[in-house]
Design a protein around this ligand. Structure first.
Ligand code: FE2
Ligand code: FE2
Length: 264
């Protein structure tokens, strides 16, 4: 399947079924076409982005003992995964001149994001919360509207959002475990492992696309748009080993570990 056709399927289909449909056959990139700057993904009425402050908020760890609150957590996380998928599709349409190997690698990751969305949506439904029954936010999508280059994308999505998810996935796994929900905990661990690969993809392409004399860290910081900053690329419990597995250098990991709220 052509990269462009796959990205269009994700962004132009309103139905969740179509957005989450796996690609047909291997990916090809013979006709990347013109750059298209999509401002909003097509979504069914119930999954359209809600105005700020209307969206459901993440339950506190103590609330995870209630099945319906765990369902709400999965609902919010399904929307994060869906936005990651849509942002990647947006990048495929916005940067047709990016290297073919990057574009095809991006599509393979999109298939993981389709699977993650489905896993969270199904688990939410099992816990009594139908996916699309709660208002959803546009936080990740909105950040993508500022991308001017592939490096802007890499710094933001793989290195900040997927990077902090190396911590959040295991934090959520513990919350679910503490509540006796081993299935949800196992789901989070599966996503954690995939996320290591996704961060690795980001770091690999940061290194390929940045100027040779610039450090990984400086390239990362240069391409972040405020209020995004290094501290946003980590959660509460900092996972050093997962970051090593993702190919981050010891220097990069240490700078990230020390990053604080008011660092620029
Ligand atoms: Fe994901
Ligand atoms: Fe991911």
């Amino acid at each position: 399947m052509e990269v462009r056709a796959f990205a269009e399927q994700v962004l132009y289909s309103e139905s969740l079924e179509d957005k989450l449909k796996p690609a047909v056959g291997d990916f090809t990139d013979d006709s990347p076409g013109e750059s298209v700057n999509i401002q909003e993904p097509a979504r069914s009425d119930k999954l359209k982005f809600a105005p700020r402050r209307m969206e459901a908020s993440m339950p506190k760890p103590g609330a995870f003992k209630h099945a319906e609150r765990r369902g709400t957590a999965h609902h919010i996380l399904a929307n994060h995964e869906l936005q990651a998928l849509e942002v990647m599709a947006r990048v495929a349409l916005l940067f047709p001149d990016a290297p073919t190997e990057f574009r095809i690698g991006l599509c393979r990751i999109m298939q993981d994001e389709q699977r993650h969305t489905r896993m969270h949506a199904e688990r939410a439904a099992m816990l009594g919360i139908e996916f699309s029954s709660l208002p959803v936010n546009s936080y990740i999508w909105t950040k993508s509207l500022e991308f001017k280059s592939v490096l802007d994308y890499i710094a933001t999505l793989p290195l900040v959002f997927e990077g902090c998810n190396l911590d959040h996935t295991l934090e959520f796994a513990s919350c679910f475990e503490d509540a006796g929900d081993d299935r949800s905990a196992a789901l989070m661990r599966v996503i954690h492992r995939d996320e290591i690969e996704h961060v690795a993809f980001g770091m690999k392409w940061l290194r390929k696309l940045k100027p040779a004399e610039q450090s990984d860290w400086d390239a990362f910081c240069e391409h972040l748009k405020w209020p995004l900053r290094p501290v946003k690329a980590k959660g509460d419990v900092f996972q050093v080993e997962a970051r090593r597995q993702a190919g981050l250098s010891d220097d990069f990991i240490e700078k990230l570990r020390l990053a604080e709220e008011d660092d620029r």
